[in-house]
Design a binder for this molecule. Sequence first.
Ligand code: NAD
Length: 350
Amino acid sequence: MDLFGHMATYDYGEVHVARDQASGLRAIVAIHDTRLGPALGGCRFLHYDKDEAALIDALRLARGMTYKAALAGIAHGGGKSVLLRPRGHFDRVALFRAFGRFIEDLGGHYITAEDSGTSLEDMEVIRSVTKHVTGVSEANGGSGDPSPFTALGVRRGIEACVKSKLGRDDLKGLHVAVQGIGHVGYYLCKELHEHGVKLTVADVDPLKAERAQREFKASIVAIEHIFDVECDVIAPCALGSALNDETIPRLRCKIVAGAANNQLAEPRHGESLFQRGILYAPDYAINAGGLINVAAEVKGYNAEQSRIDTHKIYDTILEICERSERLALPTYRVADTMVEERLAKHARLS
Ligand code: NAD
Protein backbone atom coordinates (compact mmCIF):
# COMPACT_ATOMS: atom_id res chain seq x y z
CA MET A 1 0.00 0.00 0.00
CA ASP A 2 1.31 3.46 -0.90
CA LEU A 3 0.59 4.99 2.53
CA PHE A 4 2.33 8.32 2.03
CA GLY A 5 1.05 8.57 -1.53
CA HIS A 6 -2.53 8.30 -0.28
CA MET A 7 -1.80 10.83 2.47
CA ALA A 8 -0.39 13.26 -0.10
CA THR A 9 -3.44 12.81 -2.36
CA TYR A 10 -5.73 13.92 0.46
CA ASP A 11 -3.33 16.59 1.78
CA TYR A 12 -2.44 15.04 5.16
CA GLY A 13 -1.73 15.41 8.03
CA GLU A 14 -1.54 12.62 10.53
CA VAL A 15 -2.73 9.05 10.49
CA HIS A 16 -2.74 6.84 13.60
CA VAL A 17 -3.19 3.08 13.52
CA ALA A 18 -3.93 0.71 16.43
CA ARG A 19 -4.25 -3.07 16.78
CA ASP A 20 -5.33 -4.85 19.94
CA GLN A 21 -4.85 -8.62 19.91
CA ALA A 22 -7.18 -9.36 22.83
CA SER A 23 -10.30 -7.56 21.54
CA GLY A 24 -9.61 -7.84 17.79
CA LEU A 25 -9.46 -4.05 17.41
CA ARG A 26 -7.98 -2.81 14.13
CA ALA A 27 -8.51 0.93 13.89
CA ILE A 28 -7.34 3.89 11.84
CA VAL A 29 -7.69 7.49 13.01
CA ALA A 30 -7.18 10.05 10.25
CA ILE A 31 -6.55 13.62 11.42
CA HIS A 32 -6.74 15.87 8.41
CA ASP A 33 -6.32 19.33 9.85
CA THR A 34 -6.24 20.88 13.32
CA ARG A 35 -5.73 24.52 12.41
CA LEU A 36 -9.14 25.52 13.79
CA GLY A 37 -9.13 23.17 16.78
CA PRO A 38 -9.00 19.47 17.72
CA ALA A 39 -10.16 17.15 14.96
CA LEU A 40 -13.78 16.02 15.30
CA GLY A 41 -15.50 13.31 13.30
CA GLY A 42 -17.43 10.08 13.55
CA CYS A 43 -16.26 6.53 13.95
CA ARG A 44 -17.24 3.95 11.29
CA PHE A 45 -17.47 0.26 12.10
CA LEU A 46 -17.73 -1.63 8.84
CA HIS A 47 -16.38 -4.64 6.94
CA TYR A 48 -13.60 -3.71 4.53
CA ASP A 49 -12.17 -6.19 2.02
CA LYS A 50 -8.79 -4.47 2.10
CA ASP A 51 -6.97 -2.35 4.68
CA GLU A 52 -6.31 0.14 1.88
CA ALA A 53 -10.05 0.70 1.36
CA ALA A 54 -10.43 1.45 5.10
CA LEU A 55 -7.54 3.91 4.98
CA ILE A 56 -8.93 5.73 1.93
CA ASP A 57 -12.38 5.93 3.54
CA ALA A 58 -10.87 7.49 6.68
CA LEU A 59 -8.72 9.94 4.69
CA ARG A 60 -11.56 11.05 2.41
CA LEU A 61 -14.13 11.44 5.17
CA ALA A 62 -11.81 13.28 7.58
CA ARG A 63 -10.96 15.84 4.91
CA GLY A 64 -14.70 16.35 4.36
CA MET A 65 -15.06 17.05 8.09
CA THR A 66 -12.40 19.79 7.91
CA TYR A 67 -14.44 21.53 5.22
CA LYS A 68 -17.78 21.12 6.99
CA ALA A 69 -16.50 22.40 10.36
CA ALA A 70 -14.60 25.33 8.83
CA LEU A 71 -17.57 26.55 6.82
CA ALA A 72 -19.92 26.18 9.80
CA GLY A 73 -17.56 28.30 11.91
CA ILE A 74 -16.91 25.49 14.40
CA ALA A 75 -13.57 25.57 16.25
CA HIS A 76 -12.65 22.04 15.17
CA GLY A 77 -10.55 20.39 12.54
CA GLY A 78 -11.47 17.34 10.50
CA GLY A 79 -10.95 13.79 11.67
CA LYS A 80 -12.51 10.39 11.17
CA SER A 81 -11.90 6.92 12.48
CA VAL A 82 -12.50 3.60 10.83
CA LEU A 83 -12.73 0.35 12.80
CA LEU A 84 -12.41 -2.76 10.65
CA ARG A 85 -15.26 -5.02 11.74
CA PRO A 86 -13.97 -8.53 12.62
CA ARG A 87 -15.38 -11.34 10.47
CA GLY A 88 -16.05 -13.87 13.24
CA HIS A 89 -17.36 -13.62 16.79
CA PHE A 90 -16.12 -10.66 18.86
CA ASP A 91 -16.87 -8.92 22.15
CA ARG A 92 -18.28 -5.54 21.14
CA VAL A 93 -17.82 -3.91 24.54
CA ALA A 94 -14.18 -5.04 24.79
CA LEU A 95 -13.50 -3.79 21.26
CA PHE A 96 -14.98 -0.32 21.82
CA ARG A 97 -13.23 -0.08 25.19
CA ALA A 98 -9.92 -0.78 23.43
CA PHE A 99 -10.81 1.86 20.85
CA GLY A 100 -11.58 4.32 23.67
CA ARG A 101 -8.10 3.71 25.13
CA PHE A 102 -6.59 4.41 21.70
CA ILE A 103 -8.51 7.72 21.52
CA GLU A 104 -7.41 8.57 25.06
CA ASP A 105 -3.76 8.03 24.06
CA LEU A 106 -4.20 10.67 21.33
CA GLY A 107 -4.67 13.15 24.18
CA GLY A 108 -7.67 15.07 22.82
CA HIS A 109 -6.13 15.67 19.41
CA TYR A 110 -9.10 13.74 17.96
CA ILE A 111 -12.67 13.60 19.31
CA THR A 112 -14.86 10.76 18.11
CA ALA A 113 -18.64 10.42 17.60
CA GLU A 114 -21.26 8.06 16.15
CA ASP A 115 -21.21 7.19 12.43
CA SER A 116 -22.19 4.30 10.11
CA GLY A 117 -22.18 1.02 12.01
CA THR A 118 -21.80 2.55 15.48
CA SER A 119 -24.45 3.39 18.05
CA LEU A 120 -25.13 5.55 21.07
CA GLU A 121 -24.32 2.50 23.25
CA ASP A 122 -20.86 2.22 21.64
CA MET A 123 -20.25 5.92 22.43
CA GLU A 124 -21.16 5.25 26.07
CA VAL A 125 -18.58 2.42 26.19
CA ILE A 126 -15.93 4.74 24.71
CA ARG A 127 -16.95 7.38 27.24
CA SER A 128 -16.13 4.94 30.09
CA VAL A 129 -12.41 5.21 29.18
CA THR A 130 -12.01 8.64 27.60
CA LYS A 131 -13.74 12.00 27.63
CA HIS A 132 -12.80 12.62 24.00
CA VAL A 133 -16.13 11.43 22.61
CA THR A 134 -19.25 13.39 21.79
CA GLY A 135 -22.85 12.63 20.79
CA VAL A 136 -23.67 10.60 23.91
CA SER A 137 -27.26 10.24 25.12
CA GLU A 138 -29.30 13.10 26.58
CA ALA A 139 -29.68 11.02 29.76
CA ASN A 140 -25.89 11.28 30.25
CA GLY A 141 -25.74 15.01 29.57
CA GLY A 142 -25.19 14.57 25.84
CA SER A 143 -26.85 16.18 22.84
CA GLY A 144 -28.84 13.12 21.65
CA ASP A 145 -30.16 12.73 18.10
CA PRO A 146 -28.59 15.36 15.77
CA SER A 147 -31.23 14.92 13.02
CA PRO A 148 -33.66 17.69 14.13
CA PHE A 149 -30.74 20.17 14.06
CA THR A 150 -29.64 18.95 10.63
CA ALA A 151 -33.23 19.41 9.40
CA LEU A 152 -33.46 22.90 10.90
CA GLY A 153 -30.25 23.88 9.08
CA VAL A 154 -31.54 22.45 5.81
CA ARG A 155 -34.78 24.40 6.14
CA ARG A 156 -32.80 27.61 6.76
CA GLY A 157 -30.56 26.78 3.79
CA ILE A 158 -33.62 26.27 1.57
CA GLU A 159 -34.89 29.68 2.71
CA ALA A 160 -31.58 31.28 1.70
CA CYS A 161 -31.74 29.61 -1.73
CA VAL A 162 -35.34 30.77 -2.17
CA LYS A 163 -34.33 34.32 -1.26
CA SER A 164 -31.46 34.24 -3.74
CA LYS A 165 -33.16 32.44 -6.63
CA LEU A 166 -36.81 33.47 -6.29
CA GLY A 167 -36.43 36.76 -4.39
CA ARG A 168 -38.85 35.60 -1.70
CA ASP A 169 -38.58 35.92 2.09
CA ASP A 170 -40.79 32.97 3.00
CA LEU A 171 -41.62 29.46 1.84
CA LYS A 172 -45.41 29.72 1.91
CA GLY A 173 -47.05 27.93 -1.01
CA LEU A 174 -43.77 26.61 -2.46
CA HIS A 175 -43.50 22.97 -3.54
CA VAL A 176 -40.61 20.85 -2.20
CA ALA A 177 -39.93 17.23 -3.21
CA VAL A 178 -38.05 15.25 -0.55
CA GLN A 179 -36.13 12.07 -1.39
CA GLY A 180 -35.77 9.90 1.74
CA ILE A 181 -38.00 10.33 4.81
CA GLY A 182 -35.56 8.92 7.35
CA HIS A 183 -34.22 10.67 10.44
CA VAL A 184 -33.50 13.99 8.73
CA GLY A 185 -36.12 13.78 5.97
CA TYR A 186 -38.93 13.36 8.50
CA TYR A 187 -37.93 16.42 10.56
CA LEU A 188 -37.34 18.41 7.38
CA CYS A 189 -40.89 17.65 6.17
CA LYS A 190 -42.16 18.76 9.60
CA GLU A 191 -40.22 22.05 9.38
CA LEU A 192 -41.38 22.72 5.82
CA HIS A 193 -45.02 21.80 6.55
CA GLU A 194 -45.02 24.25 9.46
CA HIS A 195 -43.82 26.93 7.02
CA GLY A 196 -46.68 26.37 4.56
CA VAL A 197 -44.81 24.24 2.02
CA LYS A 198 -46.55 21.74 -0.25
CA LEU A 199 -44.67 18.42 -0.09
CA THR A 200 -44.05 15.47 -2.40
CA VAL A 201 -42.10 12.57 -0.91
CA ALA A 202 -40.55 9.23 -1.85
CA ASP A 203 -38.96 6.54 0.29
CA VAL A 204 -38.07 2.89 -0.34
CA ASP A 205 -39.93 2.20 2.89
CA PRO A 206 -43.63 2.89 2.12
CA LEU A 207 -44.44 3.31 5.83
CA LYS A 208 -42.12 6.31 6.08
CA ALA A 209 -43.69 8.01 3.04
CA GLU A 210 -47.18 7.25 4.37
CA ARG A 211 -46.32 8.82 7.71
CA ALA A 212 -45.38 12.07 5.90
CA GLN A 213 -48.65 11.84 3.95
CA ARG A 214 -50.64 11.40 7.17
CA GLU A 215 -48.88 14.04 9.27
CA PHE A 216 -47.92 16.65 6.66
CA LYS A 217 -50.41 16.10 3.81
CA ALA A 218 -47.53 15.08 1.52
CA SER A 219 -48.16 13.52 -1.90
CA ILE A 220 -46.28 10.28 -2.51
CA VAL A 221 -44.47 9.31 -5.71
CA ALA A 222 -42.54 6.15 -6.57
CA ILE A 223 -38.82 6.43 -5.74
CA GLU A 224 -37.82 6.31 -9.42
CA HIS A 225 -40.01 9.40 -10.14
CA ILE A 226 -38.92 11.80 -7.38
CA PHE A 227 -36.45 13.61 -9.69
CA ASP A 228 -39.16 14.08 -12.34
CA VAL A 229 -41.44 16.08 -10.02
CA GLU A 230 -42.08 19.62 -11.22
CA CYS A 231 -41.43 21.70 -8.11
CA ASP A 232 -39.47 24.62 -6.68
CA VAL A 233 -36.96 22.62 -4.62
CA ILE A 234 -35.66 19.04 -4.63
CA ALA A 235 -34.24 17.96 -1.26
CA PRO A 236 -32.08 14.81 -1.50
CA CYS A 237 -32.12 13.26 2.00
CA ALA A 238 -31.27 9.63 1.23
CA LEU A 239 -28.01 8.31 -0.18
CA GLY A 240 -24.97 9.93 -1.79
CA SER A 241 -24.52 10.54 -5.57
CA ALA A 242 -28.18 11.52 -6.07
CA LEU A 243 -27.08 14.13 -8.63
CA ASN A 244 -25.60 12.29 -11.60
CA ASP A 245 -25.74 11.89 -15.39
CA GLU A 246 -29.05 10.08 -15.18
CA THR A 247 -30.95 12.34 -12.72
CA ILE A 248 -29.76 15.87 -13.63
CA PRO A 249 -31.30 16.00 -17.14
CA ARG A 250 -34.66 15.02 -15.61
CA LEU A 251 -34.79 17.79 -12.99
CA ARG A 252 -37.70 20.23 -13.30
CA CYS A 253 -36.88 22.32 -10.23
CA LYS A 254 -35.11 25.63 -9.63
CA ILE A 255 -33.16 24.62 -6.52
CA VAL A 256 -31.50 21.46 -5.15
CA ALA A 257 -31.02 21.69 -1.38
CA GLY A 258 -31.04 18.67 0.91
CA ALA A 259 -29.29 16.85 3.75
CA ALA A 260 -27.58 13.93 2.02
CA ASN A 261 -23.78 13.80 2.09
CA ASN A 262 -21.84 13.69 -1.20
CA GLN A 263 -24.83 14.55 -3.40
CA LEU A 264 -22.73 15.27 -6.48
CA ALA A 265 -21.66 11.95 -8.04
CA GLU A 266 -18.64 13.86 -9.39
CA PRO A 267 -17.61 17.54 -9.16
CA ARG A 268 -18.54 18.03 -12.83
CA HIS A 269 -22.19 17.48 -11.84
CA GLY A 270 -21.96 20.72 -9.87
CA GLU A 271 -20.96 22.45 -13.13
CA SER A 272 -23.82 20.76 -14.95
CA LEU A 273 -26.41 22.08 -12.45
CA PHE A 274 -24.90 25.55 -12.71
CA GLN A 275 -25.09 25.52 -16.51
CA ARG A 276 -28.75 24.53 -16.35
CA GLY A 277 -29.51 27.45 -14.02
CA ILE A 278 -30.38 25.17 -11.10
CA LEU A 279 -29.14 26.53 -7.77
CA TYR A 280 -27.36 23.82 -5.75
CA ALA A 281 -26.80 24.28 -2.00
CA PRO A 282 -23.44 22.56 -1.33
CA ASP A 283 -24.19 19.54 0.86
CA TYR A 284 -21.58 20.07 3.54
CA ALA A 285 -22.66 23.70 3.93
CA ILE A 286 -26.38 23.05 4.31
CA ASN A 287 -26.25 19.83 6.37
CA ALA A 288 -23.91 21.07 9.14
CA GLY A 289 -26.65 21.46 11.81
CA GLY A 290 -26.02 18.00 13.28
CA LEU A 291 -22.29 18.67 13.51
CA ILE A 292 -22.93 22.07 15.12
CA ASN A 293 -25.04 20.31 17.76
CA VAL A 294 -22.57 17.50 18.41
CA ALA A 295 -19.65 19.96 18.63
CA ALA A 296 -21.57 22.00 21.21
CA GLU A 297 -21.41 19.02 23.57
CA VAL A 298 -17.61 19.32 23.76
CA LYS A 299 -17.88 22.75 25.48
CA GLY A 300 -20.89 21.95 27.69
CA TYR A 301 -24.19 21.37 25.94
CA ASN A 302 -26.80 24.08 25.48
CA ALA A 303 -29.56 23.17 23.01
CA GLU A 304 -30.74 26.77 22.58
CA GLN A 305 -27.24 27.93 21.61
CA SER A 306 -27.05 25.07 19.09
CA ARG A 307 -30.31 26.24 17.52
CA ILE A 308 -29.01 29.81 17.30
CA ASP A 309 -25.78 28.61 15.67
CA THR A 310 -27.67 26.33 13.26
CA HIS A 311 -29.78 29.30 12.09
CA LYS A 312 -26.53 30.87 10.79
CA ILE A 313 -26.54 28.32 7.96
CA TYR A 314 -28.94 30.78 6.29
CA ASP A 315 -26.18 33.43 6.11
CA THR A 316 -23.58 30.94 4.90
CA ILE A 317 -25.78 29.66 2.07
CA LEU A 318 -26.81 33.20 1.11
CA GLU A 319 -23.15 34.24 0.91
CA ILE A 320 -22.37 31.23 -1.29
CA CYS A 321 -25.28 32.11 -3.60
CA GLU A 322 -24.23 35.75 -3.84
CA ARG A 323 -20.59 34.93 -4.61
CA SER A 324 -21.65 32.30 -7.15
CA GLU A 325 -23.78 34.84 -8.98
CA ARG A 326 -21.19 37.62 -8.80
CA LEU A 327 -18.26 35.45 -9.91
CA ALA A 328 -20.28 33.24 -12.30
CA LEU A 329 -18.95 30.15 -10.53
CA PRO A 330 -20.78 26.98 -9.44
CA THR A 331 -21.76 27.03 -5.77
CA TYR A 332 -19.73 23.94 -4.81
CA ARG A 333 -16.55 25.67 -5.97
CA VAL A 334 -17.45 28.85 -4.11
CA ALA A 335 -17.95 26.85 -0.87
CA ASP A 336 -14.55 25.16 -1.23
CA THR A 337 -12.89 28.54 -1.82
CA MET A 338 -14.55 30.02 1.28
CA VAL A 339 -13.15 27.14 3.38
CA GLU A 340 -9.68 27.50 1.91
CA GLU A 341 -9.75 31.24 2.67
CA ARG A 342 -10.69 30.57 6.31
CA LEU A 343 -8.02 27.89 6.75
CA ALA A 344 -5.33 29.98 5.10
CA LYS A 345 -5.61 32.54 7.93
CA HIS A 346 -4.33 29.95 10.44
CA ALA A 347 -0.89 28.41 10.87
CA ARG A 348 -0.79 24.70 10.09
CA LEU A 349 -0.30 22.60 13.24
CA SER A 350 -0.57 19.10 11.80
P1 NAD B 1 -31.70 7.54 7.39
O1 NAD B 1 -31.04 6.25 7.07
O2 NAD B 1 -32.45 7.68 8.66
O3 NAD B 1 -32.69 7.99 6.22
C1 NAD B 1 -32.46 7.72 4.86
C2 NAD B 1 -33.82 7.40 4.25
O4 NAD B 1 -33.67 7.30 2.85
C3 NAD B 1 -34.41 6.07 4.75
O5 NAD B 1 -35.73 6.27 5.17
C4 NAD B 1 -34.34 5.17 3.51
O6 NAD B 1 -35.40 4.24 3.47
C5 NAD B 1 -34.45 6.20 2.40
N1 NAD B 1 -33.92 5.79 1.10
C6 NAD B 1 -32.84 5.03 0.82
N2 NAD B 1 -32.68 4.92 -0.51
C7 NAD B 1 -33.67 5.63 -1.08
C8 NAD B 1 -34.06 5.90 -2.42
N3 NAD B 1 -33.35 5.43 -3.46
N4 NAD B 1 -35.14 6.67 -2.64
C9 NAD B 1 -35.85 7.17 -1.61
N5 NAD B 1 -35.56 6.92 -0.32
C10 NAD B 1 -34.47 6.18 -0.05
O7 NAD B 1 -30.52 8.63 7.31
P2 NAD B 1 -30.54 10.12 7.86
O8 NAD B 1 -29.84 10.16 9.18
O9 NAD B 1 -31.89 10.69 7.71
O10 NAD B 1 -29.54 10.82 6.81
C11 NAD B 1 -29.96 11.09 5.48
C12 NAD B 1 -28.80 11.67 4.69
O11 NAD B 1 -28.34 12.86 5.32
C13 NAD B 1 -27.57 10.75 4.63
O12 NAD B 1 -26.91 10.96 3.40
C14 NAD B 1 -26.69 11.27 5.76
O13 NAD B 1 -25.32 10.99 5.53
C15 NAD B 1 -26.97 12.75 5.67
N6 NAD B 1 -26.75 13.47 6.93
C16 NAD B 1 -27.42 13.14 8.05
C17 NAD B 1 -27.22 13.85 9.23
C18 NAD B 1 -27.99 13.53 10.49
O14 NAD B 1 -28.04 14.38 11.40
N7 NAD B 1 -28.63 12.36 10.58
C19 NAD B 1 -26.30 14.93 9.24
C20 NAD B 1 -25.64 15.27 8.07
C21 NAD B 1 -25.86 14.54 6.90
